[in-house]
Design a protein around this ligand. Structure first.
Ligand code: R5P
Length: 217
């Protein structure tokens, strides 16, 4: 099985979390796209979706699923999203697609956060994938200098603007052993909107598609 097939297998396994007449939270990225592509037969059972990006919103609408504002959602029982890395505690790095802030907000609201991923995402130590940080444009250089003080190597994601009209710094060369502490430290830098560490709010479940089958944590 290639990586794309593994993503589809992870997405299929997550279908069991769909409950009739409930609002579902939908993340962003190629793995979540596989999940959305499986949702058409469920569209009359799902009450509505809340979405973490304009791209996912369009994809959901194209198959006839209503997307509502998170402020109008009375509850979000389950949130399905991918990740760039997960460690064994289900702490994640997210934001490779730049959707980290809205993803973090939906994950905070959701009762259950189910992460779907192929085996390449499962790591012992977070940080090989550059950590995305969403930053207000005018604070870009300031935040970059502060990140250097924390030992990281920030790289401006040139030509990319988030759905919130901000920019992304991708932090290279971090070995993340204390994810919660680092998440908090980066959040304290003025100008940071959010960072892609999901440690204070890790996933509740991880569906990992491997060449030897599905593993659930
Ligand atoms: O901003 C993007 C999200 O955090 C994605 O969940 C993450 O980048 C994983 O994406 P993919 O499923 O394409 O590897």
């Amino acid at each position: 099985m290639d990586q794309q097939q593994l993503k589809i297998e992870a997405a299929k396994t997550a279908l069991k979390y769909i409950q009739d007449d409930e609002i579902i939270g939908i993340g962003t990225g190629s793995t979540v796209n596989c999940f959305i592509d499986l949702l058409e037969p469920y569209k009359n059972r799902i009450k509505a979706a809340v979405s973490s990006s304009e791209v996912s919103t369009q994809r959901l609408k194209s198959i006839g699923i209503e997307v509502i504002d998170l402020n109008d959602a009375d509850s979000v029982p389950v949130y399905i999203d991918g990740a760039d890395e997960s460690n064994t505690s289900l702490e994640l790095i997210k934001g490779g697609g730049g959707a980290l802030t809205r993803e973090k907000i939906i994950a905070a609201v959701a009762e259950k956060f189910v992460c779907i991923a192929d085996e390449s995402k499962y790591v012992e130590t977070l940080g090989q994938f550059p950590l995305p940080v969403e930053v207000l444009p005018m604070a870009r250089s300031h935040v970059a200098r502060e990140i250097v003080k924390l030992g990281g190597n920030p790289v401006y994601r040139a030509g990319f603007t988030t759905d919130n009209n901000n920019v992304i710094l991708d932090i290279h060369s971090l070995e993340i052993n204390q994810a919660k502490a680092l998440e908090s430290k980066i959040n304290q830098i003025v100008g940071v909107v959010a960072n892609g560490l999901f440690a204070h709010r890790p996933a509740d479940h991880l569906i990992l598609a491997t060449k030897n089958g599905i593993k659930e944590y």
